[in-house]
Design a protein around this ligand. Structure first.
Ligand code: ZN
Length: 334
C-alpha cells in the first residue's frame, strides 16, 4: 500500500510518505527537498578573490554586493540585514555593540557616521589601534556605568517580531552567526578574551602571533569542524559563519603571502563542502559582509561585499538586503 503522509509544520507542508502520485504533491516534494548552504566569510574582499583567481570561491556566479545603504560598515549591522532582509533602521541592530546609555549611544553613532562621511574613518581606526588613552577612556566610561549593551542575539529578533532566514524552515542551523547567537555563546566569546586579544594584536609582533594561533587558525579549524558535523544532520538551511577572514585582513593586509594562505584555505573549504552536498538541490551561497582595503600595513573595511552562488541567480550588483528574498524563493516561498 502506497500511502502518502503529509504533516503540517510551522513552515508549511512536509512530505513523509513513500510514493507521491499527483503533480501537486510532487511539486511540493520538489520544493521541500531544496536546501540552502551559506558560507559566511567575514571581511572577504572581492578584489583579492579576483586577484588570486580562486575558482571555488568564485563559483558559477559571483560579484560585488552593494553596501551604499549602510552609513557605517559595521559587521553586526550588516549580518543582521543579511539574515532579515531589512535595512538597519528596521532591524534595530546597532553599530558595534551599542551602549546601554541612550545618550552615549547617540553620540557614538553620530561620531561614527560623521567620521565615515568626511572620510576620517580610516584615520580614526588607525588612531584607535595605537592610542592607549582611547582604551583607557573606554574603561573609564565603563567604570562610570556607561557599559556597552552586551548581548545582541536571537532574542532581539523574537522580541521585536522580526523574521530571519532561520524562521523560513524548521530545520535551520546557524553556526556562530553575529547577532544570532545565544546568550551563553556570547558570554563564552567574551570570556575567551578574543576582543581584547584582537586589540592587543596591533601592539606587538608577539601578541599578534599569540592572536594568530589561538583566534585565527584554531578558530578556523573549529568552525570548519562544526560546519562538517552540522552537514551530517537534518537541515534545509545552514549558515556557517567564519570570522578568521576578517581577522587576517585587519592584521595582515600588507602581507600578501599570509593573505594568500588564508584565502586559499577558504577556497579549499568551499571545494570540500561542495563534495558533501548534493548540488542539484542545494543552493550554495558564499557571502561576506564587507571587504577589506589597505590602512597602512593593516586592513580596513571596504565599501562592498562579495557573493557567489553555484546556481545562476542572475543578480546584478545586489544589495545585502536582497538575499533574504533569493533564499526564500529558492526554498519555494513567495
Ligand atoms: Zn572587521
Amino acid at each position: 500500500m502506497n500511502k502518502t503522509r503529509v504533516s503540517t509544520t510551522n513552515s508549511g507542508v512536509r512530505i513523509l510518505g513513500s510514493q507521491i502520485k499527483t503533480d501537486v504533491n510532487s511539486e511540493i516534494s520538489q520544493k521541500h527537498s531544496k536546501k540552502v548552504l551559506i558560507i559566511g566569510l567575514d571581511g572577504l574582499e572581492y578584489n583579492l578573490v579576483e586577484k588570486f583567481d580562486l575558482k571555488n570561491l568564485k563559483q558559477i556566479e559571483h560579484g560585488k554586493v552593494d553596501l551604499s545603504k549602510f552609513s557605517v560598515l559595521s559587521t553586526p549591522v550588516i549580518w543582521a540585514s543579511f539574515i532579515t532582509g531589512l535595512p538597519p533602521e528596521k532591524h534595530g541592530v546597532k553599530v558595534g555593540r551599542g551602549w546601554k546609555n541612550p545618550f552615549i549611544h547617540f553620540l557614538y553613532e553620530k561620531l561614527a557616521l560623521l567620521s565615515h562621511n568626511i572620510g576620517l574613518h580610516k584615520t580614526a581606526a588607525r588612531i584607535y589601534s595605537k592610542m592607549v588613552f582611547i582604551k583607557q577612556g573606554r574603561k573609564t566610561l565603563e567604570i562610570f556605568g556607561f557599559r556597552p549593551d552586551l548581548y545582541h542575539g536571537k532574542d532581539h529578533y523574537r522580541k521585536n517580531g522580526i523574521k530571519t532566514i532561520f524562521d523560513l524552515v524548521d530545520n535551520s542551523i546557524s553556526l556562530h552567526v553575529p547577532t544570532y547567537c545565544t546568550q551563553e555563546e556570547f558570554m563564552e566569546k567574551l570570556r575567551s578574551g578574543e576582543g581584547k586579544a584582537f586589540r592587543d594584536a596591533f601592539d606587538s609582533p608577539h601578541s599578534r602571533r599569540v592572536f594568530e594561533e589561538k583566534f585565527i587558525w584554531e578558530e578556523f579549524r573549529r568552525d570548519r569542524r562544526d560546519c562538517i558535523t552540522a552537514l551530517g544532520s537534518d537541515w534545509r538551511l545552514l549558515l556557517a559563519y567564519f570570522e578568521y577572514t576578517d581577522y587576517i585582513g585587519h592584521l595582515f593586509w600588507g602581507n600578501l603571502t599570509k593573505m594568500w594562505e588564508g584565502y586559499a584555505m577558504a577556497d579549499k573549504l568551499v571545494a570540500e563542502l561542495k563534495h558533501r552536498i548534493n548540488e542539484d538541490d542545494t543552493l550554495l551561497l558564499v557571502i561576506s559582509d564587507h571587504g577589506m582595503e589597505a590602512l597602512g600595513k593593516y586592513g580596513f573595511h571596504s565599501d562592498h561585499a562579495f557573493y557567489s552562488a553555484n546556481k545562476r541567480l542572475g543578480l546584478t550588483n545586489p544589495k545585502m538586503t536582497d538575499f533574504f528574498r533569493t533564499i526564500s524563493e529558492w526554498l519555494g516561498y513567495e
